[in-house]
Design a protein around this ligand. Structure first.
Ligand code: ATP
Ligand code: MG
Length: 558
């Protein structure tokens, strides 16, 4: 996806060269609606949707909804929203559950041909007989059931007369196959669960392997792309297709690519669900979550996520991508798009002694130096302003280019000031710094003084004409670089206790015009997005990312 062809495109191009009709190319993205989509899914989405675009082919969004125990309409809705937000739309919205009748009929065909049987053992017994990769499995005592017996029992399963676990339907393949998945896989089980779509119409539910390939065939998907862990399933995928395929129609091909793994991040819906259900995070869209909805709330843009998965590439081998690449991509995108804003988080008061008490001067400042079409805004310059406490030192170390007694700095977009006198409180903490400003040094005025070079430029906010905002800052959720290695129940042991902190800040008045979803660069601090929880009384901002990479530091930064 990186300008050059990826190996999937090479496969497709070869197929086309060998005579495959380009108008028959068809792709799908097949999520199970059992959770929200995460950053790993972005890779599969971008891969499939970009292929559809490139080859002008059809693409379906298929919900692989065969396990009603974990599935929910809210997940279906969230998945659609996320795919759309990434900028993609699909040709058909499909559901594996719409194929339940067809799948049922095909399994009757398997039974009639002696290729499927009802097993009445417990799941433990079945597992025991599976054998190991080194040891062949044992045939079930029920493997020799007659077609009539199997037909009768499978009908009973379908009619609801059978308890979950009492019988299952298995494909009769080969209990000595070196591929464990070919050892008579279960293809149907009974579940007493209401399905989000079929409600109580069906109590027998097809298993993933039986459903997936046949759904691809029904939809005439030409290239069925999945992640590497499904490679051993390919043999079974092909066996199932062999049983039903009409040679005049398209026979789907399964091809595998490497999962996207991201350092410090979990990409398993089951584990993400654990975080949500145990209130370790505040819902699926918590800005610390690697879900698309969490990343969106955190301030990531569709372009930044797409650029990230492109940069990570489509490969045949598993690897782990560093978090700093994801952050690089969002920083790069936001740098182009975001207006700048001045915000002071830990203020110290500056009094400009050579200004009148009531001085109020409107200054025109540039919104985004990267984008001249972004225009300008006004800031109010007053006798007292705030700068960051860390931008002043009364005992500056060497190479301290910010404000210190006797030294000059520029207030960004305003004037050069010089610190003359420091006022301390009773505890000896700096309370205020008295400065003078150079009236001829106004930024952008064109005067000689305006071009005068000083070592530092500081952001600032008027201490009287400002607005207060709430800032939520985030750090890694897990201290361990590979949290995916841990079981759900162990995750609490590697949580970063400081993954979120809340502070207040003063911002320039212009901020009052912003709306939830607006992103800004707070100058010299990072990128921030106004959160949906904001209201006229409280403006809340989520920090998306800092201006510079700080993943090189191994420890959390608190
Ligand atoms: P999870 O382990 O998070 O539940 P899954 O594979 O069970 O993942 P699905 O909803 O079945 O989730 O995934 C839909 C599609 O997304 C599949 O084609 C799957 O291969 C792909 N996918 C899932 N996780 C990743 C990942 N980390 N990187 C790339 N593709 C992924
Ligand atoms: Mg899956």
């Amino acid at each position: 996806m990186n300008g050059s062809r990826n190996f999937i495109e090479t496969i497709i191009d070869n197929d086309l060269q060998n005579g495959f009709d380009p108008s028959k190319l068809c792709f799908r993205f097949p999520p199970e609606p059992n959770g929200f989509l995460h950053i790993g899914h972005v890779k599969a989405i971008v891969l499939n949707f970009e292929l559809a675009k490139k080859y002008k082919a059809k693409i379906n969004l298929r919900f692989d909804d065969t396990n009603p125990e974990n599935e929910d309409q809210k997940y279906i809705d969230a998945i659609k929203k996320d795919v759309n937000w990434l900028g993609y739309s699909w040709d058909e919205e499909c559901y594996a559950s719409d194929y339940f009748q067809q799948l049922y009929e095909w399994s009757i065909k398997l039974i009639n041909e002696g290729k499927a049987y009802v097993d009445s053992q417990t799941s433990e017994q079945i597992a025991e007989q599976k054998g190991t990769p080194k040891e062949v499995g044992k045939n079930s005592p029920f493997r020799k059931r007659t077609v009539e017996e199997n037909t009768k029992l499978f009908k009973q399963m379908k009619e609801g007369g059978v308890e979950p676990g009492q019988h299952v339907l298995r494909a009769k393949i080969d209990m000595s196959s070196p591929n464990m998945l070919m050892r008579d896989p279960v293809i149907y089980r009974v579940l007493n669960e209401s399905h989000p779509r079929t409600k109580n119409d069906w109590v027998v539910f097809p298993m993933y392997d039986w459903t997936h390939g046949e759904s691809d065939y029904i939809e005439q998907i030409s290239h069925s792309l999945c992640t590497l862990e499904f490679k051993p399933h390919r043999e079974l995928y092909d066996w199932f297709l062999d049983q039903i395929v009409d040679p005049k129609r398209i026979r789907p091909k399964q091809r595998e690519f490497a999962r996207l793994n991201l350092s410090h991040t979990i990409t398993s819906k089951r584990k993400l669900l654990y975080l949500v259900e145990n209130n370790i995070v505040d819902g699926w869209d918590d800005p610390r979550m690697p879900t698309i909805s969490g990343l969106r709330r955190r301030g990531y843009t569709p372009e930044s996520l797409k650029n990230f998965v492109r940069a990570a590439g489509v490969a045949k081998r598993e690897n782990v991508i560093e978090m700093s690449l994801l952050e690089f991509c969002v920083r790069e995108d936001l740098n182009k798009k975001c207006n700048r804003m001045m915000v002071v988080q830990n203020p110290i008061k500056i009094t400009i002694t050579n200004l009148e008490e009531e001085h109020e001067e409107a200054l025109v400042v540039e919104n985004n130096p990267e984008d001249s079409s972004a225009g300008t805004r006004q800031m109010v310059f007053t006798k007292t302003v705030f700068i960051e406490r860390e931008d002043f030192s009364d005992n500056p170390p060497k190479k301290f280019f910010r404000l210190s007694p006797g030294n000059e700095v520029r207030l960004k977009g305003a004037y050069i000031i010089k610190a003359n006198n420091v006022i301390y409180n009773k505890e000896g903490v700096v309370e205020e710094v008295e400065c003078t400003y150079d009236p001829k040094s106004k930024s952008g005025s064109g005067s000689e003084e305006s071009k005068r070079k000083v070592k530092g430029t500081l952001h600032w906010v008027s201490s009287t004409k400002n607005t207060q905002i709430t800032i939520r800052e985030y750090d890694r959720l897990f201290e361990h670089p590979a949290p995916g290695q841990f079981l759900s129940e162990e995750l609490h042991k590697i949580l970063n206790p400081n993954s979120m902190s809340v502070t207040f800040a003063v911002a320039e008045l212009e901020m009052c015009k912003s709306e939830p979803g607006d992103s800004f660069q707070f100058q010299r601090k990072g990128y921030y997005i106004m959160d949906s929880s904001s209201n006229p009384k409280e403006m809340v901002f989520n920090k998306t990312v800092s201006l510079r990479d700080n993943w090189k530091k191994q420890k959390p930064q608190h």
